[in-house]
Design a binder for this molecule. Sequence first.
Ligand code: GTP
Ligand code: MG
Length: 190
Amino acid sequence: MNYNNVKFMAAYGTSKQLPPSRRAEVSFAGRSNVGKSSLLNKLFNRKKLAKVSSKPGKTSTINFFEADSADFVDLPGYGYAQVSKSEKARWAEMIEGYFNQDRDFALVVSLIDIRHPATALDVQMVGFLQTTGLPFIIVQTKADKLSKSQVSRSTAALRKQLELGPEVPVVAVSSEKGTGIDVLKRLIDS
Ligand code: GTP
Ligand code: MG
């Protein structure tokens, strides 16, 4: 993948609006504020490719970005309590609707905050990926917030909590410091 070449394609507010996959899709899923949009920006070294906010709930549509050999999909976050019931339902529809379609899922990047155990919804997300057999990896975000030894402990704890086999890659990254980004790029490329 050439990470110097990317452009915003389109945003969709419901899964029904989604056109069929044009080609392989690399999708970013995780709780609100976990750092999905920041990670996309870091991968492509573009500060304003995807909108980032310190407030959860920033990405409220399914956003497609076109890179040279795959499309990248920034999904709305799940688990944000401070929005209306109808808005929550709309976000759930987008995420579930996206994954329930017959799409060209090349890789799902499941993001989990490195400072905390997986939430109930994270567990549900990873469980879904495991049972459906979609290709996925886990990225632990905000690694700069912990020391090196805390990072290794958190990764081991997460593997245990989610009962991950050795075939599932878990990579700790920091979109602030750039930690783990090369490893992640290699995983996406493979
Ligand atoms: P939604 O769009 O609301 O679902 O959130 P998101 O998952 O796209 O998160 P976003 O990228 O908007 O980042 C949320 C907040 O976390 C912002 O304040 C970011 O600056 C911060 N953040 C993201 N990645 C990192 C990181 O690696 N380290 C640190 N320290 N902060 C980060
Ligand atoms: Mg976002």
